[in-house]
Write a protein that binds this ligand. Structure first.
Ligand SMILES: Nc1nc2c(ncn2[C@@H]2O[C@@H]3COP(=O)(O)O[C@H]4[C@@H](O)[C@H](n5cnc6c(=O)[nH]c(N)nc65)O[C@@H]4COP(=O)(O)O[C@H]3[C@H]2O)c(=O)[nH]1
Length: 691
């Protein structure tokens, strides 16, 4: 027996190093349950040394994690001679939990009495911890995916959803349990499905690694929802069908912003009507369609005749409301597929596609004219807005969009010339004018850049002394090919195009420079008058520009006479009146030009801070022959004198006119009788001639 026992322990000792390597802990207890042997792996696993535990019951390893019934079962098994297998939670010497896979085998003698228990422990603590960690990390990941704000779905390579998270089910508006097995065509907008399926197939065949797409999901009873999807192929698992993973992001807010920006780019913000870009786009399509269908396309250029004066007199708010009302009225008068666009201030361009004959166009234009002739009721004002319309028709009046619009504009110009409330169909003869005008406009821009404008000077004579009082400066365009061009031709164009501002600034500067130059030559007792246009005068910085010139050229202000027109006077507001007062306070002279041609109200003479009144040539023309005219002139001069204004008569051509003007007490005269406007070198001769 002792021999057998010794043999057993020897055997264990022989195997011990090998067994220790396996990391499996061994312990042997005798029938009384006391430890008789533990291996090195036991020591490493439990933290106890062999000599500390031999002779003790292994119960010191118990962790308290198992109840009495558990140990009872264990003992039942082994005492009945069976092998026990189970997971046991013990405690390490340092107090930490030790989870082991335990096998206890009872060893019996020839009498079937249990003599030993051999127990092995495999440490599962680390692997259980890892498993636990993996499980909880999987759970965490599943939770993250499910709660992710992005819609996430796994689909088969033919587009059938396998799994999807909660966000995805919200995006596609389907309950989560309905999603598995659903094809993406069920919730994708019909117009987007084909494009997506092409990409899905390419991805499944491995032709592309992934794709991104902006598309729409259908929403029950609502607008489709814009999403951006990113789809990629999941790594292949052998033996399984390839799967695709897709992420969907709600981009409806961005899309709405984009749509708003796009709308803004193609619409007029005031009226909401299409702008010029959208008009052109629609016109291109209408023309290409009309080419196939042989139909006509009409372009109507419409302009509100009195808009500017309403804007100026009643203010921009009413002006804006008038434009909106006009837009509404035009929209109600047209068919659904016609376009009403606003292309500029008071300019509307209408596009009528798909017309069969000219009669149809004529009726529409007449209807619009009639409709627009109805007064507008705006904030208690009854506004009558006559309208002019120019019409150009595809194909006869232009083969492309730009030509059609240009020719409708040419026709509009003619319509305006013919009077108000009128329309004109384009006629190629009108083009001659428009072409020349366009050419002139372009040449004027160049002329401004190249300083082709210069001043001529027309002397003014003091009637009392017969001496030179000063000059009126008059702009001339010295065109390199066409020679001298009259301001009668280019000033109106400059006014319309806004070029009057740079031109006016050049003229003003040249006038100051001329006075300074002449003064340096000893010529001091004279005034130089300069024509100021309305737009120039109403510019914000007009006053400061004049002051800057005064400081720059250091000339006495009373040597400059600023000529304003009656129309400037008409539109005077308290703040612009202030500009006038300020200029006079500084010593500049102000004269009212062309008196009698405009509103001819003597009222202005009293109200405005003026120094001089220039009587228009039309009042002078017949004074030596027409008694009534002479009487009228006498009363104007008398009135001006009573207001202490200097009276200048313009356009004096004859001795007869001169003598009447002398009799009436006119102060200065200007006209061909003395001299036409002349260039500077000739003007200088007047100083020696008349003084
Ligand atoms: N038949 C006739 N005509 C005479 C006689 N004496 C002078 N004239 C012309 O009458 C116009 C007088 O200038 P305005 O009334 O200021 O009328 C000017 C003025 O309104 C405008 N203008 C000329 N230069 C400028 C300028 O620098 N700035 C602005 N804003 N307008 C200008 O152009 C208009 C025409 O200028 P012009 O062609 O130089 O024509 C000048 C002048 O040449 C005459 O005895 N008989």
């Amino acid at each position: 027996m002792q021999q057998e026992e010794d043999q057993l322990f020897r055997l264990f000792r022989v195997f011990a190093p090998v067994v220790d390597q396996s990391g499996i802990s061994y312990m042997i207890t005798d029938a009384a349950g006391e430890l008789v042997y533990v291996n090195q792996a036991f020591e490493e696993m439990t933290g106890y040394r062999a000599e500390e535990v031999i002779g003790r019951s292994p119960s010191f390893l118990q962790s308290g994690e198992h109840d009495a019934a558990f140990y009872h079962d264990l003992w039942q098994t082994i005492l009945s001679g069976k092998v026990y297998r189970g997971i046991l939670k013990n405690r390490h010497r340092d107090g930490s939990l030790l989870i082991c896979e335990k096998i206890i085998a009872p060893i019996t003698n020839e009498r079937d009495e249990i003599e030993w228990f051999i127990s092995t422990d495999r440490d599962l603590t680390e692997s259980i911890r890892l498993e636990e960690e993996l499980r909880s990390s999987r759970e965490r990941l599943a939770m993250v995916i499910d709660r992710a704000p992005l819609g996430i779905a796994v689909a088969s390579e033919d587009g059938v959803i396998q799994e999807a998270n909660a966000a995805f089910s919200r995006l596609v508006d389907l309950p989560p349990d309905e999603l598995p097995g659903t094809h993406l065509s069920r919730f994708t907008h019909p117009e987007d499905i084909e494009e997506e399926m092409v990409l899905v197939r390419a991805l499944s065949r491995g032709e592309i690694p992934s794709y991104s797409l902006e598309k729409r999901y259908i929403k029950q009873g609502d607008e489709p929802l814009w999403v951006r999807v990113h789809v990629a192929r999941l790594p292949d698992v052998p033996g399984q069908r390839p799967l695709l993973i897709g992420m969907a992001e709600d981009i409806s807010v961005r899309k709405k912003a984009e749509e708003a920006i796009l709308h803004q780019a193609f619409h007029d913000p005031l009226t909401g009507l299409p702008n010029r870009s959208l008009l052109l786009d629609r016109l291109y399509s209408a023309i290409s369609r009309a080419r196939r269908t042989q139909e006509l396309v009409a372009v109507l250029f419409l302009d509100l005749d009195r808009f500017k004066s309403i804007n100026d007199t009643l203010g921009h708010t009413i002006g804006d409301r008038l434009l909106k009302h006009t837009a509404d009225r035009l929209l109600t008068s047209l068919r659904e597929y016609d376009t009403v666009s606003r292309t500029g201030g008071d300019e509307f361009v209408l596009l009528l596609p798909g017309l069969s004959d000219g009669e149809q166009i004529m009726h529409t234009v007449e209807r619009i004219i009639e409709l627009m002739a109805e007064p507008f009721e705006i904030e208690g004002h009854e506004l009558h807005i006559p309208t002019s319309i120019g019409v150009a028709v595809f194909p006869q009046d232009g083969a492309d969009a730009e030509t059609l619009i240009k020719n409708a504009d040419v026709a509009l110009y003619r319509a305006k010339e013919m009077g108000r409330n009128c329309f004109v169909f384009y006629n190629p003869d009108q083009n001659v004018y428009s072409h020349e005008r366009l050419l002139l406009e372009n040449e004027m821009r160049r002329a401004l850049r190249e300083n082709q404008f210069q001043l001529f000077f027309q002397p003014q004579i003091d009637l009392a002394t017969g001496s030179l009082a000063g000059f009126e400066s008059l702009a001339r365009w010295n065109h390199p090919q066409k020679g001298m061009i009259s301001p009668g031709l280019f000033i109106p164009i400059a006014e319309e195009t806004g070029m009057i501002l740079p031109l006016g600034a050049t003229v003003l500067r040249d006038a100051f420079a001329t006075v300074a130059r002449w003064r340096e030559q000893g010529k001091e007792a004279f005034k130089l008058s300069v024509n100021i246009s309305g737009r120039q005068f109403y510019q914000k910085n007009f006053l400061s520009d004049v002051m800057d010139l005064r400081d720059r050229y250091r000339i006495p202000p009373h040597s400059i006479e600023l000529e304003i027109t009656e129309s400037i006077a008409m539109q005077m507001t308290p703040s612009t009146m202030d500009v006038l007062l300020q200029l006079r306070k500084e010593g500049f002279l102000i004269s009212l030009d062309d008196f009698g041609t405009g509103y001819s109200s003597l009222k202005y003479l009293q109200e405005f801070p003026l120094d001089c009144l220039k009587i228009d040539r039309s009042f002078i023309e017949h004074i030596d022959t027409d008694r009534r005219q002479r009487g009228l002139l006498a009363s104007i001069v008398g009135m001006a004198k009573s207001l202490e204004l200097t009276v200048v008569a313009e356009g004096v051509e004859t001795e007869g006119q001169l003598s009447v003007l002398t009799d009436l007490g006119c102060d200065r005269i200007q006209g061909y009788y003395y001299s036409p406007p002349v260039p500077e070198h000739q003007a200088l001769e007047f100083f020696s001639r008349t003084t």
